[in-house]
Design a protein around this ligand. Structure first.
Ligand code: AMP
Length: 216
C-alpha cells in the first residue's frame, strides 16, 4: 500500500499522515523532516538544501528524487509507506511513478487536504515542534502544558525557521503554483478532504474515506 498526502504547508499533512501510518502499520516518510535532518547535520545535501528551504522555495528535484528513491527501497518500506511532502510537482510525481513501476508497485491513494490561506497562516505561525519526538503543538489551540516543554517526552519545543509569516505566504504561493495541480495528476486515486476543520474530525473523515474509498 502506497499513500500520498498532498496539501499546503500547515494543512495538517504531517499529523494526519503520522496517525494513518500508525493505524495501517505503514512506514511514514516526510521529505521535510529528512531535509531538516540533513540541514542539522550539515551534510552535503543539507548544505545545498538550506538556502532553498529558508526562502520557502523547493529544493531542486534531482536532490529530492534521489533522496526519496533511496529511502523507499529500504527494508522498512517493503509493506508500503505513506509520503508526506513528496511529490511536490509533476516532475517528482512522474519520477515516483517510474521508480515504483521498476519494483512492480504503484501509488494506491492520494489524500488531498484542502485548506485556505488564512488557516495556513494561523496554523503555521503558531506551530511549535518538539526537537526530540517531533510532536506538534499550536500555541493557541493545543499549547504545551509547560511552556517550551513537550507534553509527551519533555523535549525542547522550537519554531521552524520557515514558519515566519513572509515565508509561510511564499510557501503557500509555491504550493499553488507547483503542487496543487497534482490533484489532477492523481484524480483517479484522489480522496478530497476539507482540511479547515479540527484535526480530530479530519482524522475521522480520513478513516471513513479510507474504508469506503469515497470522496468527501
Ligand atoms: P515541509 O516540512 O513538507 O513543509 O517541507 C519544508 C521544506 O522542505 C519545503 O518548504 C521545501 O523547501 C523542502 N521540501 C520538502 N519536501 C520537498 C520536495 N518534495 N521537493 C522540494 N523541496 C521539498
Amino acid at each position: 500500500m502506497i499513500i500520498i498526502f498532498v496539501g499546503p504547508p500547515g494543512s495538517g499533512k504531517g499529523t494526519q499522515a503520522t496517525r494513518l501510518a500508525k493505524q495501517l502499520k505503514l512506514c511514514f516518510i516526510s521529505t521535510g523532516d529528512m531535509l531538516r535532518e540533513a540541514v542539522s547535520k550539515s551534510s552535503v545535501l543539507g548544505l545545498k538544501a538550506k538556502s532553498f528551504m529558508d526562502k520557502g522555495g523547493l529544493v531542486p528535484d534531482n536532490e529530492v528524487i534521489s533522496m526519496i528513491k533511496e529511502r523507499v527501497t529500504q527494508k522498512d518500506c517493503t509493506n508500503g509507506f505513506i509520503l508526506d511532502g513528496f511529490p511536490r510537482n509533476s516532475i517528482q510525481a512522474k519520477a515516483l511513478d517510474k521508480a515504483m513501476l521498476e519494483i512492480n508497485k504503484g501509488v494506491d491513494k492520494v489524500i488531498y487536504l484542502d485548506v485556505s490561506h488564512d488557516v495556513v497562516l494561523d496554523r503555521n505561525s503558531h506551530r511549535r515542534i518538539c526537537r526530540n519526538c517531533r510532536a506538534t503543538f499550536h500555541l493557541k489551540y493545543a499549547p504545551p502544558k509547560i511552556a517550551n516543554k513537550c507534553d509527551d517526552c519533555g523535549g525542547e519545543i522550537y519554531q521552524r525557521s520557515d514558519d515566519q509569516p513572509e515565508t509561510i505566504t511564499k510557501r503557500f504561493q509555491v504550493y499553488l503554483e507547483q503542487t496543487s495541480s497534482l490533484k489532477d495528476y492523481y484524480q483517479d486515486r484522489l480522496i478530497n478532504i476539507d482540511g479547515n476543520r479540527p484535526m480530530e474530525i479530519i482524522e475521522q473523515n480520513i478513516k471513513e474515506n479510507f474504508k469506503t474509498g469515497h470522496n468527501d
